[in-house]
Design a protein around this ligand. Structure first.
Ligand code: ADP
Ligand code: TPW
Length: 577
C-alpha cells in the first residue's frame, strides 16, 4: 500500500480518519494531544473540524459523552496511549453507565511490542482494559479497515441502548498510506445509525390496559426520555392521560417543572401511594430505591411496595432488573410513546382520567410543600445558605430558560435539583447514574460548544476541584460559561474537626475562604467574590448577558451542608448524626 501510481495522491491514516468522521457528520473533537496523536489533532483542525483541547483527558471524555447526549451523535474524545487512555476511560465508563453515546479513540503502541510486553513508551494492552467498561471495543490495524472501524464504532455507540465505545488505533496506522481513490472508497457513511425500534402491538396494548385500570397511576420520566427527543409526544401523552409525573434529574424540563401535573413536590407521597408506575427511559436503580423499601411503601427496607410497572425502554433486558415489570414495552421511546398515544387518542373520551381523589391528594401535598419551600427561600441569612443562593439561581434560570445548567456536588446538587425549576428539555446535565464528581467543566465546555447557549455551572467547591483547571480551557475558547461555586469550605461542609489532635485538618475540610474567582482571573476571565444574594444575582446576570467566561465564588455558610447531601441512607454513619 505504500507505493502509489505517480498520478495518485496518497492519504495516510490521519487523513482517512478525519475524512471518515467528517463523512459521518462528526464535526467536533474533544481531546488532548501527545504521541501519537498530536499531528492528528492539528490536521483535524486544519480540515475544518473543531478540536477542543483540554488540560486533562477525563474532562475531554466527559465533554464528548455529554455532547453525545445533547446531539444523539457519538461525542468523540481523542487521547494518547496508556495514561491518557486511562484518564479518558473514566469518562467512557461513565458514558456507558449513563447510556450516553461516545467514542474514545486512543493512540496505542504496536501490537508486536505490547503482546510481547517489551516495554514500549506508554505501553498498555488498552483494548483488553477498555472492553469490560465499554459497550463495544474495536481495534483497527490496517488503513483499509479504518472506514469499517469508524462505522462500527458509530453504530455501537448510538444504536439500541447508547453507550461508550473504545476504538484502539496503533501509532503505525496513522502513518500507513493508501491511494486517495481507494481510501475514499473504503469509507462508510453510516445509513440509519440508530434505527427505530417499533414496539410490538401486544406489548403496547398490555401496557395501555394496565394504565387504564390503574387507580393511582404515575409516570416517571428519565434521561432516556430526554435523550430520545420525543418531547411533543411525551407531553401530549402526559396531558391527554392526565397522569401525574415525576421527572428524574436530567428529565427535568421535558415538561416545564411548573406544569400542574408535575408531582415532583409530592415525591415522597406519590411513590408509596401509586398503584401503577410507568417508567419512560428510567431505570429502577438506586436513584429510585430499586423499587423497594419504605420509599415505595414496602413493609421493610427490602420489601417491594406492590406497585405494578410498565417500563418503556430500548433495552430488552432492563425489565425485572429489580422488581417485576408487568408490562415491558421494548422499543425506542419515540416509537413507543407514539404507539401508546395512538391508543389513548383512539379511546378518545373513553380514556379514563385519574380519580379526583388521587389528583386532589397530590395537589394538596404539593401546595403545602411548595408553600413551605417558599418560606425557606424567602429568608435572607448572613452568610448565604444553599437556599438563599439557590433562590437567586432559580430566578436566573426562570429569566433565561434556554440557558444550560450543569450541576454537581452533594448539597449543591440535591438542593439545586429540587429548587431550580427547568422549563425546557435537555437543559439540565449533572452527575447522572453514578453520582460522579468531576463532570462539571467538561460538561460545561461541551454544552457551550454544542449549543452555543449560555452555560451556568452550579458547583460544590469540592466537585469543582475535580475539573477546575479547565477554566483555562473555557477562557482559551472564550466560551459563555459562568461557573458558580457554592463555597462552604469543604466536602459537604467546612466545619468538621480532626478528632486525633494532630495538626492536619480533617479529610473533608479545605483551605478557608479560598479565592476560587482568582483562578478565572488568572486566565483573563471575570472573577467575582459574592457574599450576598444581590451580588450573586448581579454577577450571574452579567455573565449571561456578556457571555464572558466568569467564575462566581459564592460564599455559603460553612455549617450549612449535610454529609452526603440527601443520600445519607447510603452512609449509615452520617445518617445517625
Ligand atoms: P435516569 O437516571 O434519568 O432515571 P437512566 O439512565 O436510569 O435514567 O435510564 C435511561 C434508560 O433509557 C436506559 O435504560 C436506556 O436503555 C433507556 N434509553 C436510552 N435511550 C433510549 C431510547 N432512545 N429509547 C428507549 N429507551 C432509551
Ligand atoms: C469521583 C464522593 C460525593 S459528593 C462529593 C464527594 C467528594 C463532594 C461534596 O462536596 P461539595 O458539595 O462538592 O463541596 P457540597 O454542596 O455538599 O458542599 N469521587 C468521585 N465521585 C464521588 N461522588 C465522590 C468522590 C463525593
Amino acid at each position: 500500500m505504500d507505493t502509489a501510481s505517480p498520478t495518485q495522491t496518497l492519504l495516510d491514516g490521519a487523513d482517512l480518519l478525519i475524512d471518515a468522521l467528517k463523512l459521518n457528520g462528526i464535526s467536533n473533537l474533544y481531546g488532548l494531544p501527545g504521541i501519537p496523536i498530536t499531528d492528528l489533532t492539528r490536521r483535524a483542525q486544519a480540515a475544518g473540524m473543531r478540536m477542543i483541547s483540554f488540560r486533562h483527558e477525563q474532562n475531554a471524555g466527559n465533554a464528548a459523552a455529554i455532547a453525545g447526549f445533547l446531539t444523539q451523535k457519538p461525542g468523540v474524545c481523542i487521547t494518547v496511549s496508556a495514561p491518557g487512555f486511562l484518564n479518558g476511560l473514566n469518562a467512557l465508563a461513565n458514558a456507558t453507565t449513563n447510556c450516553f453515546p461516545m467514542i474514545l479513540i486512543s493512540g496505542s503502541s504496536e501490537r508486536e511490542i505490547v503482546d510481547l510486553q517489551q516495554g514500549d513508551y506508554e505501553e498498555m494492552d488498552q483494548l483488553a482494559i477498555a472492553k469490560p467498561l465499554a459497550k463495544a471495543a474495536f481495534r483497527v490495524l490496517h488503513i483499509e479497515d479504518l472506514g469499517i472501524g469508524i462505522a462500527r464504532a458509530i453504530r455501537a455507540a448510538v444504536s439500541g441502548r447508547p453507550g461508550g465505545v473504545y476504538l484502539d488505533l496503533p501509532a503505525k496506522l496513522f502513518a500507513q498510506t493508501i491511494e486517495a481513490d481507494a481510501g475514499k472508497a473504503s469509507l462508510i457513511k453510516v445509513v440509519d445509525p440508530a434505527p427505530r425500534q417499533i414496539p410490538a402491538p401486544d406489548a403496547v396494548n398490555r401496557a395501555l390496559d394496565l394504565l387504564k385500570n390503574a387507580k393511582r397511576p404515575l409516570i416517571i420520566l428519565g434521561k432516556g426520555a430526554a435523550y430520545a427527543r420525543a418531547d411533543d409526544d411525551i407531553r401530549a401523552f402526559v396531558e391527554k392521560t392526565g397522569i401525574p409525573y415525576l421527572p428524574m434529574s436530567m428529565a427535568k424540563g421535558l415538561l416545564p417543572d411548573t406544569h400542574e401535573q408535575s408531582a415532583a413536590a409530592a415525591r415522597s407521597y406519590v411513590l408509596p401511594e401509586a398503584d401503577v408506575v410507568m417508567l419512560v427511559g428510567a431505570r429502577l436503580n438506586w436513584l429510585l430505591s430499586h423499587g423497594k423499601g419504605k420509599t415505595w411503601g414496602g413493609k421493610s427496607s427490602k420489601a417491594w411496595g406492590g406497585q405494578k410497572y410498565i417500563q418503556v425502554d430500548i433495552s430488552p433486558t432492563e425489565a425485572d432488573s429489580n422488581v417485576r415489570v408487568d408490562a415491558p414495552v421494548v422499543g425506542d421511546i419515540g416509537s413507543c410513546i407514539a404507539a401508546m398515544l395512538n391508543g389513548v387518542n383512539a379511546a378518545g373520551a373513553g380514556w379514563p382520567k385519574p380519580s379526583g381523589d388521587w389528583l386532589g391528594a397530590i395537589a394538596d401535598r404539593k401546595g403545602k410543600n411548595i408553600a413551605k419551600m417558599g418560606e425557606t427561600l424567602a429568608k435572607n441569612p448572613t452568610p448565604m445558605n444553599f437556599h438563599s443562593a439557590l433562590n437567586v439561581m432559580r430566578d436566573v434560570i426562570k429569566g433565561h430558560p434556554d440557558a444550560m445548567l450543569v450541576n454537581e456536588g452533594a448539597n449543591a446538587l440535591d438542593f439545586t435539583r429540587s429548587i431550580v425549576d427547568m422549563y425546557k428539555p435537555r437543559k439540565r446535565i449533572d452527575v447522572g447514574t453514578w453520582g460522579v464528581m468531576g463532570i462539571g467543566m467538561g460538561f460545561a465546555v461541551a454544552a457551550a460548544v454544542e449549543t452555543n447557549l449560555p452555560v451556568i455551572a452550579v458547583e460544590g467547591d469540592s466537585a469543582f476541584g475535580f475539573s477546575g483547571m479547565e477554566v483555562e480551557t473555557i477562557c482559551r475558547y472564550n466560551l459563555p460559561v459562568c461557573v458558580v461555586i457554592f463555597n462552604n469550605n469543604g466536602v459537604y461542609k467546612g466545619t468538621d474537626v480532626n478528632a486525633s489532635g494532630t495538626a492536619d485538618v480533617t479529610p473533608t475540610v479545605f483551605v478557608k475562604d479560598a479565592r476560587y474567582e482568582k483562578m478565572m482571573e488568572a486566565f483573563g476571565g471575570v472573577g467575582v467574590y459574592a457574599k450576598t444574594p444581590d451580588e450573586l444575582r448581579k454577577a450571574v446576570e452579567e455573565a449571561v448577558r456578556s457571555r464572558k467566561p466568569t467564575l462566581v465564588n459564592a460564599i455559603i455558610d460553612e455549617t450549612a451542608g449535610t454529609e452526603s447531601g440527601r443520600i445519607t441512607s447510603l452512609n449509615p454513619k452520617a445518617a445517625k448524626k
